[in-house]
Design a protein around this ligand. Structure first.
Ligand code: 13P
Length: 256
């Protein structure tokens, strides 16, 4: 049984006050004793500390949205993975399509960041997903396999206990155009099959694969009830408790 993960990627949104109040509202839903689902929020780096304070004592986990593949040193503007663990973060999102698209992150960079994150004690949420033109050209499976091969290079089966995969079709991110339940399930099956071939059946069975891209309260139940969809990485709807909490509930309903 894979415990569902509902993760909020706040991207470059919120301010100091709203980050704290949003985290507090979500933390209220996630007592430390909650064990049906895992809930994670990933605020902008500058608000991590206040969000961690708001989450303190609850079961709400906090992650970064990106981190450096370098150890602390002369890297202006970067955040070291060890700084995230030092603050109390449990996770870091790596290889989000916005990082790949706007900041030129290729699979090799995602791979070195993933290795650094794991070595620093973080769990990595590694994102993959195809562009619309790649889907239309029938290349989805090849793109996903190539991103997985590059992003997870050199990792061992043991390392994979600290890796979560997020399938985020780029055409569904922030567009309101959600993948159908069938499209999501098909991609997740492809990713799980790849995990089995690259590692083994235990890794394939245990690794959580999240869906991301225009997840909202009205489509969450359908997506999350797919056999190979183990949670959601939520952008816009994670910024409002009245939208994110029903998505948490939809995840919980799949294990109830
Ligand atoms: P939206 O939910 O806003 O489409 O964003 C998805 C996403 O990119 C999460 O990482």
């Amino acid at each position: 049984m894979r415990r569902p993960i509902l993760a909020g990627n706040w991207k470059m949104n919120t301010c100091r006050e709203s980050a704290g109040s949003l985290a507090a509202a979500i933390a209220e839903q996630v007592p430390a004793s909650r064990d049906d689902v895992e809930v994670i929020v990933c605020p902008p780096a500058v608000y991590l500390d206040s969000v961690l304070s708001a989450a303190s004592g609850s079961g709400l986990q906090v992650g970064g949205q990106n981190a450096s593949d370098q150890d602390p040193g002369a890297f202006t503007g970067e955040t070291a993975c060890t700084m995230l663990t030092d603050l109390g973060c449990s996770h870091v999102i790596l290889g989000h399509s916005e990082r790949r698209q706007f900041y030129g992150e290729c699979d090799g960079v995602v791979n070195s960041k993933t290795k650094k994150a794991l070595a620093s004690g973080l769990k990595a949420i590694v994102c993959v997903g195809e562009l619309l033109e790649q889907r239309e050209a029938g290349e989805t499976q090849a793109v996903l396999e190539s991103q997985m091969t590059g992003s997870l290079a050199d990792l061992s089966a043991d390392d994979m206990t600290s890796v979560v995969i997020a399938y985020e079709p780029v055409w569904a991110i922030g567009t309101g155009k959600v993948a159908t339940n069938e499209q999501a399930e098909e991609a997740h099956v492809c990713l799980r099959t790849w995990l089995e071939g690259r590692f083994n059946s235990d890794v394939a069975a245990a690794t959580r694969i999240l869906y991301g891209g225009s997840v909202k309260p009205d489509n969450a139940a359908g997506l999350l009830s797919q056999a190979n969809v183990d949670g959601a990485l939520v952008g816009g709807a994670s910024l409002k408790p009245e939208l994110f909490i029903p998505i948490i509930d939809a995840g919980a309903a799949t294990v109830a």
